[in-house]
Each structure stands twice: as structure tokens, then as C-alpha cells.
Write a protein that binds this ligand. Structure first.
Ligand code: 6PG
Length: 253
């Protein structure tokens, strides 16, 4: 049986407020570089996982830019995804495509080091395949795979990854990856589950824009156990939780 989260939350919790989205992206890039350096030093490999949506593009462009591109040994990184839409990899909605065009391609990350969720596959099968890929990489023991860095976003409804309020995936405690039907979108998604997000060494929320301010305030202030605010359930008991937001997104804090 997997352990419950301690109510007091992660040992390291931090909110960083930056003037604008570009500065927030740079702060997130610095956070990733520091985590990569620690990971390579500690265990010889760096295993990040990236969410989708529009905000990660800011981070990807910063990491692929002149200021950061040489600071991470991307040829030795093993790149995973936090979630995916059930679409082919060349679809404009594909999280993999966003990462490929703005990060993996520009940085020349070896394709064999990139573990994408196969959104074109039947959702249940794609989830199973990714569960097996994680087991192959991290071992298939009782404990959840330990990502070095999990990049997360936030929806205005309090969702993160593809863990939407009121959907089955939010309650999942045994599987690491699930197919999740999201009625409000009328579509299936593939997503890592909370046990994996909470096993991460560093969980980093990158959130920008005025439209997110109420969700940021609600999630950051939420009491433990608010399943109606899935993002508030990300509290790594042995890791660190860092919120990187711009002033607009922080304006209700
Ligand atoms: C996805 C994401 C999702 C995203 C939020 C915020 O695949 O859509 O993983 O959780 O992070 O919806 O999206 P924006 O960055 O576009 O605001």
C-alpha cells in the first residue's frame, strides 16, 4: 500500500514572483539547470518530465537560447512527459510536438533519450505502454518512479497535468500513468498520476497571466486533500515544490 502524504507538505516549498512571463521563464530555466547539475552529479543522469499547454514554450525557448543551451548535458538527459493529448505526434495539439519543435530539436536531444506518450494509440494501450517504459527506466518496484524535475502548469479550474477536477485519474493511487476521460473537453488524455508527481525530487509549477490569479491563490492556500483542486494535491513529501509565477498570476495572493 502506498504511503499517504504528510499534511504538513513538502520539506521545501517556495513561491517566486517575477515581473513578467519572460522573467518567469528564465527563473524556471535556472531552476532546471540547477536540478540537472545536481542530478548528473548525484546519479549521473537527468530525468525531467514536461507538461504541455502553451506556457512550457516560454521555458523551452529560454533553454534552447544562447544563455542556457550549453548549461545542460542534454545528450545525457532522458526526457519524459507529464501528460499528453490523444493525438498523433505531428498534431498541433501534441505536447510532444511542442517539446520537439522548441526544445528537443533545437538542442539535438537524441531521439532514443526521449520517451513520449503515444497519443495516437488507443488510450488504454498508450497508458500501459508508458507504464512499462517507466518500469524499464526506473524499475518496477512498489515505489513510484522518481523524476528529477516535473514541470507543471495550472488550469483556471485548478487542474494540473491532465488531472482535471472530478475525473477518475485524480483518485488513482496505484498506477503511474492512466488514460483519463475529461468530460468538459470531450476527450481522452494520458497523464502521470499524483503518486509520480509527488515522488519527484523537484516539482516546479510555471504559471503566468492574470487569468490564472484566482486559481493560483486557491491552490497555494488550499488545505490538504482538496480533490476539487488537483494541483493542490502536488506536495512531494521528500522533494521540493517551487511555484514560479509572474506578477499578474500572483496578483490574488
Ligand atoms: C496540457 C497540460 C495542462 C496545462 C494547463 C495550463 O497538456 O494541457 O499539461 O495541465 O499545463 O492546462 O495550460 P497553459 O499553459 O496553456 O495555460
Amino acid at each position: 500500500m502506498r504511503e499517504e502524504l504528510p499534511p504538513e507538505g513538502p520539506p521545501h516549498f517556495e513561491i517566486r514572483v517575477l515581473p513578467d512571463p519572460a522573467e518567469a521563464a528564465i527563473a524556471a530555466a535556472r531552476e532546471l539547470v540547477a536540478t540537472a547539475t545536481d542530478s548528473f552529479h548525484d546519479h549521473g543522469v537527468f530525468r525531467p518530465a514536461f507538461s504541455g499547454g502553451s506556457t512550457p514554450r516560454l521555458l523551452f525557448d529560454a533553454l534552447a537560447g544562447a544563455a542556457f543551451r550549453s548549461l545542460v548535458a542534454w545528450s545525457r538527459a532522458r526526457v519524459f512527459f507529464v501528460d499528453e493529448r490523444c493525438v498523433p505526434p505531428d498534431d498541433e495539439r501534441s505536447n510532444y510536438r511542442l517539446a520537439k519543435e522548441h526544445l528537443l530539436g533545437p538542442l539535438g536531444v537524441p531521439p532514443e533519450n526521449v520517451f513520449r506518450m503515444r497519443g495516437e494509440e488507443k488510450p488504454h494501450r498508450a497508458a500501459r505502454e508508458y507504464e512499462e517504459a517507466l518500469a524499464e527506466e526506473f524499475g518496477s518496484g512498489e515505489r513510484a518512479p522518481v523524476l528529477d524535475f516535473a514541470l507543471l502548469g495550472l488550469g483556471t479550474d485548478g487542474h494540473t497535468a491532465s488531472l482535471f477536477p472530478g475525473t477518475r485519474a485524480v483518485e488513482e493511487t496505484q498506477r503511474n500513468v492512466v488514460e483519463n476521460y475529461v468530460p468538459k473537453l470531450g476527450e481522452w488524455r494520458l497523464t502521470l498520476t499524483l503518486p509520480v508527481l509527488n515522488a519527484a525530487r523537484r516539482a516546479v509549477f510555471l504559471v503566468v497571466g492574470k487569468e490564472k490569479r484566482d486559481a493560483v491563490a486557491a491552490v497555494v492556500r488550499a488545505e490538504p486533500g482538496r480533490a476539487d483542486l488537483p494541483a493542490s494535491l502536488v506536495r512531494p513529501p521528500r522533494g521540493s515544490l517551487v511555484w514560479i509565477v509572474d506578477e499578474a498570476a500572483a496578483s490574488s495572493l
